[in-house]
Design a protein. Structure first.
Length: 248
C-alpha cells in the first residue's frame, strides 16, 4: 500500500538525498466544468530515472485514507510507471455524484511519486524519498460563466481590531466562487507587513491578521491566483476614519 505522506523508502541513511520531486503536473489547478464528463491532467517525469506514481482525489482531508472519503471523480490510471524524460496523461472522470449547482465545489488531486529502487550493485546506503504533490480541483457549475479573478471587485473588505492580534482585515465573499490568495499585506506608517491568508469559500467570511502586530493601517494589497495559476494583484486603501476600503 502506498501512503499519502512523505515516505522513507529505505532505512539506511547515508549518501545523497534528493531534494525535489522529478514528477511534475502541468498546471497548478484543475477547473472542471460541469458540462464535461472528464478532463485530462498531464504529468511529466523531469528526472533521468523511472518513477512509480499513484494518483487519487480527496476532499482536502490530508490525513484521510483513500477509501474513507466519498468523492465525485475517479482517475485512471490510478497507478503507473513513467520513464525518465517521459510523461503520462491522466483521465479525471466525473461519476455523477450530486454537487451544488449554485456555487463552486473544491477537491484535491494528489500525486505520489516513488523513485525507482536501485538494482543490486547500486548505492545501498542511500535514502529515497516519496514525494506527494497536491493541486486544487474546482468543480464549476454551468450557471457560473465567470471566474474568481473576474469577481474580485465584489469582495467586501473591512478593517477590524483585536486586543491580542492588533489590526486585521475582514473579507466577505458574496459570490459563488472560491478565492485562492497567493499573499497579502497591510501598510501602516509606510511599512508593509505580510498577512496570513487562506482560501476563501463561496458565501463566506474570513479575518486575516498580519504576521506581526500593527496599528494605524492605511492600505492593503493582495494577490490572487486565477484559473491558470497566474497572479492577479490588487491594491486597496481605507477610507480615512472608516473601516471600509476603496480601490486605489
Amino acid at each position: 500500500m502506498f501512503y499519502k505522506s512523505i515516505i522513507l523508502c529505505l532505512s539506511l541513511i547515508a549518501g545523497s538525498i534528493p531534494t525535489h520531486a522529478a514528477m511534475t503536473i502541468s498546471g497548478t489547478r484543475v477547473i472542471f466544468p460541469a458540462d464535461q464528463k472528464e478532463v485530462n491532467i498531464r504529468t511529466n517525469n523531469k528526472g533521468a530515472e523511472p518513477a512509480l506514481v499513484q494518483v487519487w482525489v480527496d476532499d482536502g482531508s490530508s490525513n484521510a485514507k483513500i477509501n474513507d472519503v466519498t468523492i465525485p471523480f475517479m482517475v485512471t490510471p490510478p497507478v503507473f510507471r513513467v520513464e525518465g524524460g517521459k510523461g503520462q496523461s491522466i483521465r479525471m472522470i466525473y461519476n455523477g455524484m450530486a454537487l451544488p449547482q449554485d456555487k463552486e465545489s473544491v477537491f484535491w488531486f494528489n500525486m505520489l511519486e516513488i523513485p525507482a529502487v536501485q538494482k543490486e550493485g547500486g548505492d545501498k546506503n542511500k535514502l529515497e524519498l516519496a514525494f506527494r504533490t497536491r493541486i486544487k480541483i474546482f468543480y464549476r457549475p454551468t450557471t457560473l460563466d465567470s471566474s474568481s479573478s473576474q469577481q474580485k471587485e465584489k469582495l467586501q473588505w473591512e478593517l477590524v481590531n483585536d486586543s491580542q492580534k492588533g489590526q486585521g482585515v475582514k473579507v466577505t465573499n458574496p459570490t459563488p466562487y472560491y478565492f485562492s490568495f497567493d499573499s497579502g499585506s497591510l501598510t501602516a506608517g509606510g511599512k508593509k507587513v505580510d498577512l496570513n491568508t487562506e482560501m476563501l469559500a463561496p458565501f463566506s467570511t474570513l479575518v486575516f491578521y498580519p504576521k506581526s502586530k500593527i496599528s494605524g493601517v492605511s492600505a492593503m494589497s493582495y494577490k490572487l491566483l486565477n484559473d491558470y495559476g497566474a497572479v492577479v494583484e490588487e491594491d486597496l486603501s481605507f477610507a480615512q476614519g472608516k473601516g471600509s476600503i476603496v480601490k486605489k
